[in-house]
Design a binder for this molecule. Structure first.
Ligand code: 2NL
Length: 339
């Protein structure tokens, strides 16, 4: 019996196969239910008692060896299958698919570049703010509804630690530490305690602008915004200003651009008015200049603010603001060639 086992092992050691089917044949011959190994185990009961130990050990070793050998042969075929064809080193590589710029970044960068051509620099500041920089220095009266918990996110129930609701807080910081001329824009993320819908989100992005110097006039504001609108939406774009109200500007206005989809004729995007509202603006209230350490008798200024999401939605025809925050690559990849 021992001789037979040794013989089987030698046979297995020297076996050579050229196809996966032959490995399967080996498996059936050695380790299937009716295979040689199970026959050996069946014959084992006829082995004389004094040989049982040595024969038992030999059969177990043969079994281990057979299992291992057959697995190795099988794997070598599977790997060869996978490698077939890929060892041609002259084959071109799989193309890389780089990430794409977020649509909000594309629009923000475009706006920054337009204002850079007019000499505006970029300033940034903290998202977590205090009451002074978000409200008080901007002429918000103590009982103004924007200060309410309903609209503003306060942190740790401390009324003096809050998330900024507009980037004007950065303008306050710049005015506090710089004397005019000041000519800058302020992009950033802002937070409002609002119900999320297709049109509103509690986190969104703004760009505000500020120009303070001697003799800055409403005419300067109008011409700056006309130039900006034509650069962003095309040279045929018209603008119109409607009177409005903000605590921090006087006078204040809202600006519409002629609808870039229908050219002003009326369509469902502009709700058949021919106009799209894109920003708010005005002359900086003299109170705000004084509160920020700038002499309102010597200097005047204009300011404006717009939501980046709204402009991106108009530019790209995006119907739901929530797309910007879901980071679904099927959405994001559509802007690959937009910049
Ligand atoms: C809007 C309107 C506006 C400003 C923002 C501003 C900032 C300072 C002083 C005066 Cl520090 N004004 N910013 C002015 C008018 C309008 O934003 O609808 N934004 C989305």
């Amino acid at each position: 019996m021992l001789e037979k086992i040794t013989q089987l092992k030698e046979e297995l050691e020297s076996v050579s196969v050229s196809a996966l089917e032959q490995v399967e044949e080996l498996r059936i011959k050695y380790i299937s239910k009716k295979g040689l190994l199970n026959q050996l185990f069946a014959d084992f009961k006829n082995v004389p008692a004094d040989q049982k130990k040595a024969v038992g050990q030999a059969i177990n070793e043969l079994k281990e060896f057979a299992l291992q050998k057959i697995n190795e042969l099988k794997e070598s075929f599977e790997n060869a299958d996978q490698q077939a064809g890929s060892d041609d080193l002259t084959m071109p590589a799989e193309p890389m698919r780089p990430g794409t710029r977020h649509p909000l970044s594309i629009v923000r960068n475009e706006i920054i570049e337009i204002f850079a051509r007019l000499g505006f620099t970029v300033a940034e500041g903290p998202e977590i703010e205090d009451d002074w920089h978000v409200f008080s220095a901007l002429n918000f009266p103590p009982e103004h509804p924007a200060r309410d918990m309903q609209d503003t996110f306060f942190i740790q129930k401390n009324p003096d630690v809050l998330l900024r609701t507009h980037t004007s807080s950065v303008q306050v910081r710049v005015m506090e530490k710089t004397q005019p001329p000041i000519r800058a824009i302020f992009p950033g993320r802002v937070f409002r305690n609002e119900a999320i819908s297709a049109r509103a989100h509690c986190i969104f992005h703004q760009i505000e602008g500020l120009y303070v110097d001697e003799n800055v006039s409403f005419a300067d504001l109008k011409q700056t915004l006309l130039y900006f609108s034509r650069e962003l939406f095309g040279e045929k774009t018209q603008i119109r200003l409607r009177p409005s109200y903000f605590p921090f500007t006087e006078p204040s206005a809202e600006m519409d651009v002629s609808c870039s989809i229908c050219g002003g004729k009326g369509c469902n995007v502009c709700k058949y008015t021919g106009w799209l509202e894109i920003l708010g603006c005005g002359m900086v209230d003299p109170n705000v200049l004084d509160l920020c350490g700038i002499d309102s008798k010597k200097y005047t200024g204009f300011a404006f603010g717009m939501g980046i999401e709204r402009i991106a939605m108009l530019k790209f025809g995006i119907k739901d603001i929530r797309h910007f925050f879901e980071n679904d690559v099927r959405f994001l990849r559509q802007f690959e060639s937009a910049y």
